[in-house]
Design a protein around this ligand. Structure first.
Ligand code: IVH
Length: 673
């Protein structure tokens, strides 16, 4: 048992170590330990904190996972106002900007500017007291923002404690944003869970910071760049660029594309550089912020009512063009959502030919009042999908036609459904060909049955090869069919067939989650499995029966009823049972053949250690590293001291061949001879 003093010491060491590695990983992008090692340290910390809750400190990395939900955000007055920026749209306006500055300062030489990307996220203010993050706030109206500290603390790129010498109070400003990749992943997840996707990374970041439940914010891929000090005079820096470097030393992330420019010609060159970089950047930017670099000059220039005189935002022009809307294609996404896509007369928009534009959903067609044959304004910003801004109503001829929404699924002809309050129509047929591949991928994925070897890529391959067109097809796969496929071989084919076989016995909750029924994720699946004795009971459950389960809402109940009412679904469930699928209620490891058995490996095996480990785990056993009285020792080639120890102790010893046979189900090998 650890004493409190020991716990305190160990926690301090762990926090320092975790902070160091978090900085290497999140800020410097240059980790020196593996994710697994980091997780192990983190778990140790959580474990000690759980035993000594009064030792949890504000800057403990455990505080990043989010705390209890808030009832509301409290207002926070900014110490100095968070100003906005004036916009410029051309080099001419930038020249005017410099002339204004020179007149104001009575200068006739070019000024020195820092020019940096204008990040498309949300401005936040962070307040550190004695190096410790105390408050994170939104900009609000510039004077009063909202206290979002709990959410801010979940963002790994924001340090909880600063390194080095810092003023007693430090106000740091910067942008919270979501990378384009994080945004795509989040939206994919939301679509899979039946939630509406975010329109763009900015909205996704804003929506995440607005969560009263910081655990939700913690699950969102948010990032941060610092770009200003609240009060430069409180810092040892004389210029903006120096302040960015200083902030970086304190532990912040800053944007790497900041240019130091003398005069507007150099500013302009940096603008071109950023415009060129833009499609390659992993986050969205909508222009460039140009700041007078020298803090003394900034002070002399001061601010107008809402924006400083010493800075300006040079915005990228959205590239636009006009063309004719020829047709609307209705596509069906992998979630069954029907999405309209505009078919356009091909047009050059800033160097790229645009033929199609997204319309997001039907309401957007109505809101924009689009008609077939309209001349429309199209816009392309960065590498995002082109969109229709508006129809040019003045150019209508009277021959334009209203756009009709389909009543039936364009892929499988099933009547579409549009639940009240939702913006998308959906094909309710879970076996619609458009949704099939997604359903198949989900079924074998980690969130589903978790069949090793049948990840996304493999499922796409099997689907494209025509080997798997339905869930039951998975159980009909043979090693002979799989082995010749590209990237496979006899061994991997045999392993997968074995894994499929092993997955036939599956807890009801897991199976339900694997089916990908809308509104039935892992949590609801478990609720259902606990409340219904078996699948048949669930299939026959009335809406009321379902609603009687604590935690199951109307959406899930309706979705389940619709799912089990589907003919094709019932046919599929019948097939699965005929193929030998056995649903167990209650996931119990003690039913598995290797339950309570622990294995030790020594020497080198043909099979990788991680595979051997995974296979043992599947069968309910575990793998340990030291030989004890109860171990079963598997000896590969050149087995070492462990083999000797095992012989001395008279333990069960298996050769690799015997071990493989054991995995195939030959359990007699474990019997005492
Ligand atoms: S400096 C007084 N730098 O632009 C100047 N702002 O209109 C304070 N923004 O809401 C802002 N990138 O969220 C600055 N590199 C950058 C920026 C940036 C984006 C946003 C900021 C603010 C808005 C100002």
């Amino acid at each position: 048992m650890m004493t409190k003093t020991e716990a305190e010491q160990r926690l301090a060491a762990l926090r320092a170590e975790l902070a160091y590695h978090a900085r290497r990983y999140y800020i410097l992008d240059d980790p020196t330990i593996s994710d697994g090692e980091y997780d192990a340290l983190f778990r140790e910390l959580l474990d000690i904190e759980a035993r000594f809750p009064d030792l949890i400190s504000e800057d403990s990395p455990s505080q990043r996972v989010g705390g209890a939900p808030l009832a509301r955000f409290t207002p926070i007055n900014h110490r100095s106002p968070m100003l906005s920026l004036e916009n410029a749209f051309s080099q001419g306006e930038m020249v005017d900007f410099e002339i204004r500055l020179q007149r104001f300062l009575h200068l006739d030489t070019p000024l020195i500017y820092a020019a940096e990307p204008k990040l498309d996220g949300l401005a936040v203010e962070l307040i550190y007291e004695n190096g410790l993050l105390k408050v994170g706030a939104t900009r609000g109206d510039g004077r009063t923002g909202e206290d979002i500290t709990a959410n801010i603390k979940t963002i790994t790129a924001i340090p909880l404690r600063l390194t080095g010498r810092v003023p007693d109070i430090l106000e740091v400003r910067g942008e919270v944003f979501m990378t384009t990749k994080g945004f795509k992943t989040l939206n994919d997840e939301r679509l899979r869970g039946g939630e509406p996707p975010f329109a763009n990374p900015r909205n996704a970041a804003a929506g995440s910071l607005r969560q009263l439940d910081s655990k939700i914010c913690a699950s969102r891929p948010l990032d941060f760049f610092c770009y200003a000090l609240g009060d430069p005079a409180a810092s040892p820096c004389r210029t903006h660029l120096e302040s960015l470097e200083w902030l970086q030393e304190l532990g912040f992330k800053r944007n790497p594309h900041v240019g130091l420019c003398r005069g507007i010609d150099e500013v302009s060159a940096h603008f071109n550089y950023l415009q060129e970089q833009r499609p390659r950047l992993p986050y969205e930017i909508d222009g460039m912020v140009v700041k007078v670099n020298d803090f003394d000059l900034q002070n002399r220039l001061g601010s107008k009512a809402r924006s400083p005189r010493w800075a300006v935002a040079w915005k990228f022009a959205a590239i636009q063009a006009t063309t004719r809307l020829v047709d609307i294609d209705f596509g069906v996404g992998r979630t069954g959502a029907v999405t309209p896509v505009a078919v356009l007369e091909p047009v050059d928009v800033g160097g790229a030919v645009v033929r199609r534009a997204t319309l997001h959903n039907e309401d957007e067609i109505k809101r924009k009042d689009l008609r077939l044959g309209d001349i429309v304004l199209v816009q392309r910003a960065g590498d995002v999908i082109p969109e229709i801004v508006k129809p040019i109503v003045e150019r209508r001829q009277g021959t334009e036609r209203l756009i009709e929404m389909p009543d039936n699924c364009p892929r499988c002809a099933e009547p579409l459904q549009r639940p009240q309050g939702e913006v998308v129509s959906r094909c309710p047929n879970p076996l619609c060909p458009a949704q099939l591949i997604r359903a198949l991928i989900h079924y074998t994925s980690k969130a589903g049955l978790d069949i090793p070897g049948l990840g996304r890529r493999a499922m796409e391959q099997l689907y494209n090869a025509g080997l798997v067109n339905s869930i039951p097809d998975i159980y009909k796969l043979t090693a002979e069919e799989l082995a010749p496929l590209e990237g496979w071989g006899e061994k991997s084919a045999a392993n997968v067939v074995q894994a499929i076989l092993a997955s036939k016995k599956v807890p009801l909750s897991r199976f339900l989650a694997a089916l990908g029924i809308r509104y039935v994720g892992e949590v609801n699946a478990q609720l259902l499995a606990r409340n219904f004795s078996d699948l048949n009971a669930l299939r026959q459950a009335s809406r009321e029966d379902l609603l009687a389960v604590d935690g199951i809402g109307a959406q899930a109940a309706d979705s389940l009823r619709a799912y089990f009412a589907n003919q094709a679904v019932n046919a599929m469930l019948g097939q699965l049972s005929a193929l030998g699928l056995k649903l167990t209620n209650e996931e119990s490891a003690s039913d598995l053949p290797l339950a309570d058995k622990s294995f030790v490996f020594t020497g080198s095996l043909t099979m990788s250690r991680s595979e051997a480990k995974a296979r043992i785990k599947e069968l309910g056993g575990k793998v340990v590293s030291t030989v004890s009285k109860k171990s079963i020792v598997v000896c590969g080639a050149k087995a070492g001291s462990k083999e000797k120890k095992a012989r001395d102790l008279g333990l069960k010893i298996l050769s690799e061949d015997e071990f493989t046979a054991l995995l195939k189900g030959n359990l007699q090998l474990l019997d005492d001879n």
